[in-house]
Design a protein around this ligand. Sequence first.
Ligand code: GLA
Length: 382
Amino acid sequence: MLLVQNTVEAYTRRFGTGPSAAAFAPGRVEIMGNHTDYNGGFVLPAALDKGTVVAGEATGDDTITLHAADFRRDAAFSASNIERDPQNSWANYMLGVVKQLQQEGVTIRGFKAVVHSDVPGGAGLSSSAALEVATAFFLQQLFPFDRDPMQIARLCQEAENVFVGVPCGILDQFSSVFGVQDGLLFLDCLTLEHSTVKMGRDDIAIVICDSGVKHAHAGGDYTTRRAECMAAAAHFGKPLLRDVSWEEFIAREGELPENQRKRARHVLTEDKRVLAMREAVGKGDTARMGQLLAEGHASCRDLFENSAPEIDFLVEAATVLPGCTGSKMTGGGWGGCTVNLVYADAVPEFQKELAMRYQVKTGREANIYACRAAAGARAVKV
Ligand code: GLA
């Protein structure tokens, strides 16, 4: 794997000797299930063939030295006194995992590590989860601890919630840990039951289109949406929107403040769309997939209100291009990427046309690539 090789070379350049251990964790794309995870709902993502590698070795002392190969930054910390670093936000995702493990009773002492990634940052493809999960799988080799894969996903989510301060759900970390080659993943975020969903045909490619418009979750919008969802559930006397039945919601949605009504309607209909999409994907029913993607996007745009004009344009432009079965926004929102299901033989023309139309309309460059659903996090040989 070239990414691993490059990380090892960067480590050797920076520290003079080779690393003793390394781990890889992928980014993810959410096909359906937007903002359903922290509501206890359903999600249908895939892990990507893009990810993050962490490579390094234990030092035997108390110092943690981290080096970000992609922007040539160094940061040093004391393992016995981990604190958030406002100057190096990238390091906090790694430190959060260290701190979380320590709080769970795992002894983590000094180490040196290099991190290198090909997941575009701030694009809604979970570069942060990839970094957390790669860090956990790396640390497990240096300071062995017993955790099953779901526990690793949960501890990485906890690190992001508590240490980094982003109240995300489990979607990203789950996808990064559980990815399957050429398989979509289904997760019930309430029971944590999960399964693999194979696409019922092999002529469809997942095409991601990065608008170049950056989102920032630590900002207030994600937190506000989450609070609105929780308030709507509380109105029905339930801890989560997942516990509110559709019939109950329909009967009483008029009682809710308008913003809460719209957020809850999005979440409850999105849960139904995830189940319908799982079925359509399994059957290879492209017409149904396209319809669900269109409905999902409209729901984000009009009810959850987490799209952006550039993203709406990309979805509209993609939908009319030859070979595109459907398009929607993906990830946290307010920028980032769209996900498109496109007949494989139409991909090159689709990429060219969409990039051109986006450039003409917005003056921005879109980064468009076909990707494969890929395997999840793992230790890698150095
Ligand atoms: C971000 C969060 C996830 C999830 C998505 C929206 O990626 O990190 O937990 O809420 O947004 O589906």
